[in-house]
Design a protein around this ligand. Sequence first.
Ligand SMILES: Cc1ncc(COP(=O)(O)O)c(C=O)c1O
Length: 490
Amino acid sequence: MTVIARLDPDSPTPLYRQLRAALEESISAGHFPDGRLPSSRALATELGVSRNTVNLAYQELVVDGYVSTQPRSGLVVNAEVARRAPVRAAAARPEAPRRGRPPWDELVVPGPRDPFEGLRLPADWSQYPYPFLSAQIDVEHFPRQALAGALREALRDDHAVASLQDSRGQDDPWLVEQLCSRVLPARGITATPEDVLITSGSQQAFYLLGRALVRPGTRIAVENPGWADARAILGAAGGEIVPVDVDAGGIVMTSALSHVRLTCITPSHQLPTGVTLSIARRRELLDIAVASNSLIVEDDYDSELRYQGRPTPALKAIDTQDRVIYLGSLSKLLAPGLRLGFVVAAPELIDHMRRWRRIIIRHPPGVLQRALAVFIDRGDYHRWLRRNRATMKRKWARIVPAAAEHLPWPVAAPTGGLGLWVVADKDFDSRQLRTRAATEGVLLEQGQPLFCGPTPVTNTFRLGYAAIREERIEEGMTVIGRLARQIIDS
Ligand SMILES: Cc1ncc(COP(=O)(O)O)c(C=O)c1O
């Protein structure tokens, strides 16, 4: 037998999920030497389960990139996964000597759970015709030439030391200067170099804030729904997460906000709903922060991408009392793989965040920092900003009416950002939609991990338009609309 599956019908985990886990293990252990999975009929008979159970497990493996459908061969393990298999197989061989091996369960401090566990993108996501994703980009439409030029320049004589040295914890002063003089003013922010720290994306900024500001039990307000990674990072640092609802005006003003040390918000375009925090609430939040001696983390990940109305200045721009910690990221405007971001905050805090960063990575890669400085200096950054904004605006202008035409539910049009937030009928299961859509070449982002609380919220999903080609949007939305109606009718 190729699949060693102990399926427990009494477990709260559905059978198909148990089977999927068993299949994943069998694939990793190299139990399918010819790379082919048994037919769903054969496996269902072998294990005494329904074909539907096997099909659902198979569909998840397809979505997560473990296997793909090949004409005449059925399901085949993807080459990338197969290449990794023998290594894992050796470790998992039953006859491998166990005595003397470290008791990992006792030794290891368990790492935090991936908030997006079970929702991994297929490894070949970029080959899908309709990737409705907000956290990836269309690499075909990226200023690769300009970035390559900036990287080349960063390695020339005048820049080589800055690019290649161990800066012992310091940032590239030229990049910091460029951010202060040419990037932050557009957000209404006045900053001097000692207010700025370069990070490996906002993700690292949250991690450093967790080290610098969070003690066991520190209360932290987060938007619900909101960015799961930030919540996971601050929770792992020992913070007590206080979820606060979001409505059409952004985070709701509740008394809970007066009893926290930190409030984390995405005021420009709330993630995931896309709403902009009203001016009145911004002022109120600042007042609350002063009155309750708390701090606000402004995660400004995509504010440059606004297509309607004037951009709202950052909350940091109206903060006269150093209560706001501003996080910028290049992941959305440029590319998430660059892992570059920055923090603007009071020098006292920046200094401590720098100390933490120093013992973790010393500093983000010098060559990337210098290349970004060159990129900004040459005008490439602002050229790209204009071009990318125009492209994203065209995509937005397509997806908003397409959603109204094809989806069975009304969808609020955001004024900017990277995706539409879809709230389906209460009993609609977007997991089914995600799984079925993937088999027709459509990828979408499920909303469930963005919610706090024990009860899964399964009727939401996000249609990102950062990665999909403009001309594919309409077609992709037709598929989603058709599948959604099929699920409703079934
Ligand atoms: C709310 C939010 N903030 C920030 C980021 C960017 O994080 P990073 O800069 O670490 O890529 C994302 C990306 O998914 C996000 O959704």
